[in-house]
Design a protein around this ligand. Structure first.
Ligand SMILES: C[S@@+](CC[C@H](N)C(=O)[O-])C[C@H]1O[C@@H](n2cnc3c(N)ncnc32)[C@H](O)[C@@H]1O
Length: 311
């Protein structure tokens, strides 16, 4: 399979992470290796990059794309949430000066060739797992989960305004015929929206919700951020690109907490937490792609970059 992905906010990521000769980096979501390649160039001649991806296809493609860097590139097919086990299990003895998380999906995963049902534009099996390490599929959620749980994920993970109607219709529909392919769901969401939904495909939000639920994306992100901070060297930087408000909110609030000396509830008369400032935020507001980038790569339009520096 041809693996293609245009890295988003590439110049900005490099400017903020500021990789220098012989430093080491972690790319937690290496995808097609676009950001990784730029970092590897900057950390020449001896800097190493640990590249992770939950998707074995991404790891295989990047191994091929970046083979000229093979002596400085460690590629591992695993989730970034297991970063500590990955580092200790593989006896990786490096100081890391920078960490990148570029969340979401690659263009290759959305393409018709992928066949995991990430895209509503091709008729594919309703799988949506980033990697074979997960067992839950989108079909299982649609065919087995109770209506209330469907409603919750559509509301909480998809911010889908017609979540209730969608959940009700799914439960009715599956009693007649189970959901097997993306087209089954696309047709149902067309019914939910009758006359269409402006520029947005009616299925956009429920696809997002299902993908987040299948891959446990928000929990993984929340659990991984503190582990990654521990691994980052003092003075090292962490950059996160998110593609929807749910992810961005997690990153923003976590970054904000890191800058505080106390995170006790406001009504506590005195500080009872041992929290101390651990980082400075380098991006006061999130960085968004310039209009030229959005024009050249429309998929970048929802990207938000936040960067912090460990103190
Ligand atoms: C937007 S793409 C990254 C693109 C990459 N920066 C590039 O330049 O090609 C996001 C990648 O994150 C991977 N991913 C999603 N969840 C993950 C997780 N928990 N651990 C590791 N990789 C994950 C996906 O498989 C996908 O390849």
């Amino acid at each position: 399979m041809k693996y293609f992905h245009q890295p988003v906010l590439l110049e900005e990521v490099i400017e903020y992470l500021n990789p220098k000769a012989n430093q080491n980096f972690i790319d937690c979501t290496i995808g097609g290796g676009g950001h990784a390649r730029a970092i590897l160039e900057k950390i020449k001649p001896n800097g190493k990059l640990l590249g992770l991806d939950r998707d074995p296809k991404a790891i295989a493609a990047t191994g091929e794309n970046l083979k000229i860097y093979k002596n400085r590139l460690i590629l591992i097919n695993d989730s970034y949430k297991n970063i500590q086990e990955i580092i200790y299990g593989n006896k990786i003895d490096l100081q890391f000066n920078g960490i990148l998380l570029d969340l979401g999906l690659s263009s290759a995963q959305i393409s018709a060739e992928d066949e995991r049902g990430f895209s509503f534009q091709a008729d594919q099996p309703l799988d949506m797992r980033f990697g074979p390490d997960g067992s839950l599929t989108a079909a299982e959620i649609l065919n087995k989960w109770p209506e209330q749980k469907l409603l919750e994920i559509f509301k909480n993970y998809g911010e889908e305004p017609r979540a209730r109607m969608a959940a009700q219709k799914i439960v009715k529909q599956r009693a007649v015929k189970e959901f097997t392919t993306t087209l089954d769901l696309v047709e149902l969401m067309d019914e939910v929206y009758g006359g269409g939904r402006g520029k947005l495909n009616p299925a956009t939000k429920v696809f997002q919700a299902l993908r987040i639920a299948v891959n446990n994306e928000l929990e993984n992100l929340s659990a991984a951020l503190p582990k990654l901070l521990q691994i980052l060297s003092r003075g090292g930087r962490m950059a996160v690109i998110s593609y929807h408000s749910l992810e961005d909110r997690i990153v923003k609030h976590w970054f904000q907490d890191l800058t505080k000396d106390c995170i006790c509830p406001k009504n506590f008369p005195e500080c009872r937490c041992d929290h101390r400032q651990q980082a400075d935020i380098l991006t006061k507001k999130s960085i968004q792609p310039a209009s030229a980038e959005i024009k050249a790569n429309p998929r970048s339009r929802s990207a938000r970059l936040r960067v912090m520096q460990k103190i």
